[in-house]
Write a protein that binds this ligand. Structure first.
Ligand SMILES: [Zn+2]
Length: 560
């Protein structure tokens, strides 16, 4: 039965309508309140009830007002104290890759030896000559060294094996996979992009680092079929929807299977309903214009790769670039050397090349979303953005921006650039960051409340599947990391700020005419004491997710 109206009443509706990015005004003194900003905080106006008709919100208000709208064919749901928020916006994730690896093994745990010994078990259900593709996460290992070809050859000698570091910034191949990919002692490195680690005799150890490592090795594997691509996106949609996400951005389209295969998979998944969420596609610039001098296709050129019926469901605003690598793999570009290595990492592109690539992308109509983790990389990106403003109506983004100092915070604030940050990284790799950077620099990582106070647009995301990625886990990690940050501020960064970063004016707050994208939580997340979030005893969970009026996770039927 199709209901014309759905009325949710008897709960807490955190609208984020009229929300400020920070609670600063509500924390401030009477003078601020007298200036007319009193009461406004990061969660916006409150209500107890909401009514939506299919994909649009019709009204937000009191129980009495909303129940008066209900007719005989309305679905009327008593929230019984549950909370309704705008659906979470996942502004930086890798859904195609997440769906692709969802069924694959992840070798993690505490003992390196045990993790390596588990590898043969992952071949059980594979065809005899199929590649074993899996991921590994050494951040918790007793000996955090990456696996080598020898480790993999001993574990699985009779089929090609490719294991990717969870960060995506390094892979290890066994001897068969190296041979199929044509990587040997004679293979030359491409500085910043593709680095073959070698032993004392010059032979590859099997470990390859850099943003092109996966592509170069995976190119030797059979390509995913169209059906596999659609299935990967369907799996990813179900996984993110279960975490309350109604809008997802793929922050490097083309990085797993190439731009054409992935755009076709997105078109297919949207058209078939396998991907029922709002979608932003952020093509990898290197995937659409391989060399710095190549012409850059426009957003309209990319949209033309999608079926006409779904083009208006997809936003194409940013391209993805990488200025450096990751701290976990010691490929982030720092101003001063690592604490646990005699080098400072390095750039993916020389700064002049990065700036020229961003300028050409802007000329083709794209704003940029550039990965920069180390402080030296952040400087290069801000320099490049200063020389090449984003197209009108858009803003450049900086992804991760992990290592900052006072001067860089001030530069970032003055630049108008959006900071797209990943609080759950801190819960995942905090001790590794301290080992890489030392206490002083590690203490400067991701100063959320200082960025907000400086007026920088702060957006939270997860970079999933690098980490599990649930927004509520991100809120917990952020509050644990930053004693000055409030739950409302963290939730604002997962909703209103995310929608703004993706240029999605119809999402991010619950107000009349907005898309009916919402998440229902077990109770009011702003009423929970801060200490409960910090100790993960808040008990808040996602009960249901509604995207454009469709229940995409859970159910509204808890009464029956
Ligand atoms: Zn990413």
């Amino acid at each position: 039965m199709t209901h014309h109206y759905t009325v949710l009443f008897g709960g807490t509706v955190l609208t984020f309508d009229g929300a400020l990015p920070t609670d600063a005004a509500s924390r401030a003194d009477a003078a601020t309140r007298a200036a007319g900003r009193g009461g406004a905080d990061a969660a916006g106006r409150r209500a107890t009830a909401l009514c939506y008709a299919h994909e649009r919100i019709l009204a937000v208000g009191s129980d009495e007002e909303m129940l008066a709208l209900a007719g005989p064919d309305s679905l009327v749901v008593d929230l019984r104290g549950r909370a309704v928020l705008p659906g979470f916006v996942e502004a930086h994730a890798h859904p195609y890759w997440e769906g692709f690896v969802a069924g694959m093994a992840l070798f993690a745990g505490r003992e390196r030896r045990t993790a390596i010994r588990a590898i043969p078990g992952a071949t059980e259900h594979l065809d005899p000559d199929a590649w074993l593709v899996a991921r590994y996460d050494p951040t918790g290992w007793d000996r955090p060294e990456d696996p080598t070809r020898d480790d993999l050859d001993r574990a699985v000698p009779d089929r090609p094996v490719l294991v990717a570091h969870v960060s995506g910034h390094a892979v290890t191949a066994n001897s068969l996979a190296l041979a199929l990919a044509g990587v040997d002692a004679a293979t030359s490195d491409v500085p910043g992009r593709f680095l073959v680690e070698r032993d004392a005799s010059g032979e590859p150890t099997g470990i390859v680092r850099g943003p092109d490592a996966w592509d170069r090795l995976a190119a030797a594997m059979p390509a995913p079929t169209a059906a596999e691509g659609r299935a990967a996106l369907a799996r990813a949609a179900a996984r993110v929807a279960a975490d309350g996400v109604t809008s997802v951005a793929d922050a490097d389209v083309g990085s797993t299977a190439g731009i054409e295969a992935e755009m076709a998979a997105w078109g297919d998944a949207l058209e078939s309903g396998a991907m029922p969420l709002a979608v932003s596609l952020v093509p990898g610039l290197a995937r659409i214009a391989a060399n710095p001098g190549d012409p850059v296709p426009s957003p309209a050129d990319l949209a033309a790769l999608l079926p006409g019926e779904v083009r208006n469901q997809v936003r194409l605003i940013h391209v993805k670039l990488k200025a450096d690598g990751a701290l976990t793999t010691r490929t982030a570009w720092l101003r001063d050397p690592y604490d646990d290595a005699p080098h400072a990492g390095g750039p993916v592109h020389e700064p002049a090349v990065l700036a020229e690539r961003i300028r050409r992308a802007a000329a083709a109509g794209w704003a940029s979303a550039t990965h920069a983790i180390g402080d030296a990389a952040v400087v290069a990106v801000l320099d490049a953005y200063a020389a090449a403003p984003a197209p009108p109506g858009t803003a450049h983004r900086i992804e991760h921006a992990m290592l900052l100092d006072d001067h860089l915070v001030a530069r970032l604030a003055a630049s108008g650039v959006t900071a797209v940050l990943q609080p759950e990284f801190l819960a995942w790799a905090g001790p590794t960051y301290r080992a890489r950077l030392g206490e002083e620099r590690a203490g400067r990582i991701l100063p959320f409340s200082r960025l907000l106070a400086a007026g920088i647009p702060v957006v939270f995301s997860s970079d999933r599947p690098v980490v599990p990625g649930a927004p509520l886990a991100g809120v917990r990690a952020a509050l644990r990391h930053d004693p000055q940050l409030s739950a409302a501020e963290a939730l604002h960064a997962w909703t209103a700020a995310g929608a703004a970063a993706l240029g999605d004016d119809d999402a991010g707050c619950l107000a009349v005419g907005q898309r009916s994208d919402l998440v229902i939580l077990s109770s009011d997340p702003v009423a929970v004491p801060r200490e409960a979030w910090v100790s993960s005893t808040d008990g808040i969970r996602v009960v249901a997710t509604v995207a454009a009026g469709h229940v995409v996770h859970g159910s509204l039927g808890w009464e029956t």
